[in-house]
Ligand binder design. Structure first.
Ligand code: MF3
Ligand code: CO
Ligand code: CO
Length: 274
């Protein structure tokens, strides 16, 4: 073997400690995957109405992803059997779609991850089922404000603690609590990669953010206490005090000057009008 063999254009990202740094081609891959995932959530909007079964919404999501050149990342992931997670009301995350029927006044998070040519687009949004009450509306607004605040600080040189701190500030100013048992994550050709992206923290702490990093930000915020428990199905996470919980998620890439959202809504409806 000669030295030239080591100069080959390996399809392996550069690393900053254990966090991968991706190139322009990888950004292209993430744009395509993010667009399918976000387009899927756009498509679901008109179907989230009183009386709909969550299993039906999951069927629609699976068909959409397959029709748009993607694969549902959650299907068969660690034994999970569905395309989406659908988490209504006091379900924090990882609600399993099925017989459950959504009712007027419910709020629900729908989370979908599409794989397109090996790249993962992971995004979730809140949906209001018919008219929702003022407390539910406030929680959803705070959750979107918190995600936006977290995304706004992302640029090379900032730290992951800056993201968590920005999210925490918004949530706590509104007397809401942040779920600490789940976090965002690096992603790319791997679904859940390093680093853990915490939704709370102190400014200036944690790993430094660098150009080319890909990760999700996906705060889960409660009206009551932050504690959660996982039900016997091994997936469904609920608030221990049964208080309402909300979440929204984008997959992002760090650019030279800031952040690119891979999962922006093609229809411009990431944030629901309540
Ligand atoms: N999409 C979720 C996330 O944001 C992961 C769901 S894994 C599943 O990371 F298996 F529950 F689908
Ligand atoms: Co995620
Ligand atoms: Co997700």
């Amino acid at each position: 073997m000669t030295l030239e063999h080591f100069d080959a254009d390996w399809d392996v990202p550069v690393r900053s400690n254990d966090i991968k740094l991706h190139d322009a081609e990888a950004f292209e891959g993430m744009r395509a995957a993010g667009k399918v995932a976000a387009g899927c959530l756009d498509m679901l909007t008109e179907h989230v109405v009183p009386g709909v079964q969550t299993g039906y919404l999951d069927d629609l999501a699976r068909e959409y992803i397959l029709d748009h050149g993607g694969l549902p990342a959650c299907l068969f992931y660690k034994g999970y059997g569905k395309t989406t997670c659908i988490s209504p009301n006091h379900v924090v995350c990882h609600g399993i779609p099925g017989e459950k029927v959504l009712r007027e006044g419910d709020i629900a998070n729908i989370d979908v991850t599409a794989i397109v040519e090996g790249w993962h687009g992971d995004t979730s949004r809140m949906y209001a089922v018919g008219e929702i009450n003022a407390r539910a509306r406030r929680l959803v607004e705070v959750t979107y404000d918190a995600l936006e605040a977290g995304l706004a600080v992302i640029r090379p040189g900032a730290t992951f603690g800056d993201i968590g701190a920005a999210i925490q500030k918004v949530a706590e100013a509104a007397r809401c609590t942040i779920v600490r048992d789940f976090c965002g994550h690096g992603l790319g050709q791997v679904f859940h990669d390093s680093p853990n992206v915490l939704h709370f923290g102190r400014p200036g702490t944690g790993p430094k953010i660098k150009e080319g990093m890909f990760f999700t930000v996906e705060p889960m915020i409660n009206l009551g206490k932050p504690q959660v428990k996982v039900l016997n199905d091994g997936w469904t996470a609920v608030t221990r005090d049964k208080s309402l919980s909300a979440q929204c998620e984008h997959s992002v890439g760090v650019t030279a000057t800031g952040v690119e959202l891979f999962t922006a809504s093609p229809a411009g409806i990431f944030r629901p009008k309540l």
